[in-house]
Ligand binder design. Structure first.
Ligand code: BES
Ligand code: ZN
Ligand code: ZN
Length: 499
């Protein structure tokens, strides 16, 4: 899909026109501007009058009809309800673009779409709208199919964003939106890939490709090097699988950078639970357990285009969690790279076990001064916050606040969960420094975070538990069921804003 800015909707090809109307504004004179002919505006108004009982402009309502008879170039008009004018937001804009484009392309099968974006939007930056619209268009029409005879549902040749602000600036924001969306789509593809196709080695290959394409330095440790570095956590979890573990590092080093941030992603390409095996229904979607790793690779794929002045190191421990004859066992004691030890009380709490080594690496080898980690870590986080919201746990309120601020711009929802001494006590070790599960099943997202916290020392750290939103059961405005690629856009936004 080519996305282009335009000041005028007229073009010498048949197309659909997508228009947004605010609630209770359907009977007012329209001001679509931008060269939309009087005749077409009249036609839209008359249709709005005719369908006044079913279309009131509430968010999500859709009305479509053929264009004015003397306007050969606007075959179809799709009118989308935008909700109340005061409630207008970037999120509403994403929903508008998603509904309008899906209708014009998926249902009406138009391949060229004109999208109005330039009028009646007061309290939000026009440039932000353009970027949000671009991202929404690309993400809403994302598909993942392995059907032998499937046609894509959305086949858009060109999306033309109609706006009367500076063409150059729109173009810049379209490009930025494309960069963000492409990165997120890469993350989705990696998560949607079945475990059989994307093993730890496959994940390492994907990381390598991204690094090479963008001129980034990379290092991929195999089994022997993982042993040499004493990564007992990663070794233990991978022992039950025939697939060899990989420890993946990608480094972005811009010239003027002083600060250094680590992005650590959980890369369990399939989580069967190990000997503490998962019930079949819970195992079904466990290809999603590489969601953190996929997000980190997605972010790195866009980083040279965002060009933040900060060193960024991506760190991904990659493994399967299986139950082969050599699998790690309950009661085993694991020694991590930094020398700390943990007793395994549940082999299904494997994320924290591999992340222990990855966080140690960030602190001891890379000497970073900030750590973000991303992990489909706990079912408890999904119980606490539902399927849409990322759980944030941190040792640094100010830093977490900045990430959450970015998430409010991108619409990838986040909510803080606590860490406190009573929760920390839950993982006190019996024979080792800690146990890998809490003593009760309560506060499971926080006790998992308390475990990770042991490995970051004083380094400011923000943990993102993405178990809920990484993979969804049903479609929403920004994509089909399956992988979402969160929180790629938020972290890119954070890096762009602060560095
Ligand atoms: N990968 C799972 C967490 C998960 C659950 C991800 C649902 C996506 C959707 C993780 O490794 C796990 O199994 N965690 C256990 C921890 C427990 C044994 C302490 C859980 O949440 O049940
Ligand atoms: Zn698990
Ligand atoms: Zn897991």
């Amino acid at each position: 899909m080519k996305i282009t800015p335009t000041h005028n909707y007229l073009l010498p090809a048949p197309a659909a026109l997508v228009v947004g109307i605010h609630q209770d504004k359907t009977q007012e004179s329209l001001d679509l501007g931008n060269g939309i002919s009087k005749k077409l505006q009249e036609r839209i108004l008359s249709q709005l009058k005719e369908f006044a009982s079913s279309f009131t402009g509430k968010s999500g309502e859709i009305l479509y009809f053929t264009g004015s008879p003397d306007d050969q170039y606007q075959r179809k008009v799709v009118v989308v309800g935008l909700g109340k004018e005061d409630d207008w937001s970037l999120d509403r804009c994403r929903q508008y673009v998603s509904s309008g484009i899906r209708e014009a392309s998926g249902h009406l099968k138009e391949r060229t779409i004109n999208l109005t974006l330039g009028t009646h939007f007061h309290h939000i930056s026009d440039f932000d709208l353009v970027q949000a619209a671009t991202e929404a268009a690309m993400l809403a029409t994302y598909e993942y199919s392995r059907k032998s005879k499937s046609e894509p549902k959305y086949d858009i040749e060109e999306l033309r964003i109609i706006h009367n602000i500076s063409k150059r600036e729109i173009k810049r924001r379209i490009e930025l939106g494309e960069t963000f969306a492409r990165a997120q789509i890469l993350a989705r593809d990696l998560v949607n890939a079945p475990a059989r196709d994307l093993t730890p080695s496959g994940l390492a290959d994907a990381a390598k490709e991204v690094a090479k394409e963008n001129g980034l330095e990379y290092e991929i440790l195999g089994l022997n090097q993982i042993k040499t570095h004493g990564m007992g956590g990663l070794l233990a979890v991978s022992a039950g699988s025939n697939e060899k573990p990989k420890f993946i590092v990608i480094r972005y080093r811009p010239q003027e950078a002083i600060k250094h941030i680590a992005l650590v992603g959980k890369g369990v390409t399939f989580d069967a639970g190990g000997l503490s095996i998962k019930p079949s229904e819970s195992m079904l979607t466990m290809k999603c357990d590489k969601g953190g790793a996929a997000a980190v690779i997605g972010i790195m794929s866009a980083i040279t285009k965002i060009n933040p002045k900060v060193n960024v190191t991506a760190i991904i421990p990659a493994t399967e969690n299986m139950l082969g004859g050599s699998a790690y066992k309950l009661g085993d004691v694991v020694t991590f790279m930094d020398g700390q030890t943990a007793e395994i009380h549940n082999t299904d709490a494997e994320g924290r076990v591999i992340l222990g080594d990855a966080l140690s690496w960030a602190v001891q080898k890379e000497h970073v001064d900030k750590i973000f980690d991303f992990a489909t870590l706990t079912g408890a986080c999904v119980v606490a916050l539902g399927e849409d919201i990322i759980g944030i746990m941190t040792n640094n309120d100010a830093l977490a606040g900045k990430v959450i601020e970015s998430s409010q711009e991108t619409g990838e929802k986040m909510w803080r969960l606590p860490l406190d001494d009573n929760l920390r006590k839950q993982i006190d070790g019996d024979v080792a420094d800690f146990n890998n599960t809490g003593k009760t099943r309560y506060g499971g997202a926080s006790t998992a975070a308390a475990f990770l916290e042991k490995f970051v020392g004083d380094t400011p750290w923000v943990h993102h538990d993405i178990a809920g939103p990484a993979f969804r059961n049903k479609a929403d405005a920004l994509g089909p069921s399956g992988a979402t690629g969160v929180p790629v856009r938020t972290i890119l936004h954070f890096l762009k804003t602060w560095y």
